[in-house]
Write a protein that binds this ligand. Structure first.
Ligand SMILES: [Zn+2]
Length: 71
């Protein structure tokens, strides 16, 4: 039983134990929590429960510069 992680796109190998399963699994690549439902070895539903935290966008903070006025 392999699924594609919705968050990072990598394959997640769950093994045969997940051929009939409904619940949450964790992607080993990006640590996203996927809510999946499988039946007879087929994927019936998959949704991202918790994705990666968004990276803080560097440089978004305003840069304060001294208002130096030169004459
Ligand atoms: Zn992932």
């Amino acid at each position: 039983m392999k699924i594609i992680c919705l968050s990072c796109g990598h394959k997640v190998d769950l093994g045969d134990a997940y051929d009939d399963y409904a619940g949450q699994i964790k992607c080993a690549t990006c640590s996203a929590i996927l809510d999946i439902k499988t039946e007879a070895g087929g994927l019936k539903a998959v949704a991202v429960t918790r994705g990666r935290p968004l990276e803080a966008s560097a440089g978004a903070a305003p840069v304060h510069e001294p208002a130096a006025v030169r004459y």
